[in-house]
Design a binder for this molecule. Structure first.
Ligand SMILES: Nc1nc2c(c(=O)[nH]1)N[C@H]1C(S)=C(S)[C@@H](COP(=O)(O)O)O[C@H]1N2
Ligand SMILES: [Mo]
Length: 212
């Protein structure tokens, strides 16, 4: 069943990402944009929700695979946040909606040695794409698996049916078309990180490229 709307009548709680409270919300070297640019490697994969699933495995006690039916009914949060792309555009005041990363990850029980995640995406033509994050960044209170943006289902171009959103880091860490969360014990570069982008990507420190 194609459900994008909230599973119950209640509007999910709105969490204000901490960076939206700054007096100056534009990180160094960024420029404001009002529209929402589309950026990715390869072509846009088209995933029917009936074929969609999210796998969480690696350094966890109980790996899971969630289908759309289950995932779309999970309790959700709404997050008000700013987007900062490493290519220097920033878009303020977005509202994303979906299950929080912390609530979804609680189901698998992390092993004590778990430290990082590699997010893997569904692919169009153009090959495998992934990105790495520390668990601390990934499980932030404003991080979610987003199905909606500004009240509408995420379009395929922006990562629908489901993308990750991690507002505190440059937007390349917010994997579109997420299909797998691989929990790992030592940090491993993803696609852009292999190609010279920073392992962490904090926009306030301008962590754009790797120094090594
Ligand atoms: N699967 C996947 N996710 C991705 C990318 C990609 O190439 N593949 N690019 C990243 C980059 S570099 C940016 S800036 C944002 C862009 O998201 P948008 O197109 O919704 O603005 O997606 C990120 N997530
Ligand atoms: Mo980007």
């Amino acid at each position: 069943m194609e459900t994008h709307g909230s599973p119950d009548c209640e509007v999910p709680e709105l969490i204000h990402s901490r960076d939206t409270r700054r007096a100056d919300r534009l990180p160094p070297g960024q420029m404001l944009t009002r529209n929402w640019p589309v950026l990715h490697h390869g072509t846009v994969p088209r995933i029917e929700t009936a074929q969609w699933s999210l796998t969480i495995d690696g350094a966890v006690e109980t790996p899971v695979r969630l289908d759309w039916e289950t995932f779309s009914r999970l309790p959700r949060a709404r997050v008000h946040c700013d987007i900062h792309c490493v290519t220097t555009w920033s878009r303020l005041d977005n509202v994303f909606e979906g299950p929080s990363t912390a609530s979804v990850m609680a189901a698998v029980r992390l092993l004590p040695e778990a430290r990082f995640v590699l997010l893997h995406a569904y692919e169009g033509s153009g090959g495998a794409w992934s990105t790495n994050l520390s668990l601390e960044d990934f499980l932030g209170e404003d991080c979610l698996f987003a199905l909606m943006h500004d009240g509408k289902p995420l379009t395929p171009h922006h990562g629908g049916p489901v993308r990750v959103v991690v507002p505190r880091l440059y937007f390349w860490k917010s994997a579109k078309w997420v299909r797998r969360v691989e929990v790992i014990t030592t940090d491993r570069p993803g696609f852009w990180e292999e190609n010279g982008y920073h392992m962490r990507g904090d926009p306030w420190r301008e962590e754009r490229y790797r120094a090594d």
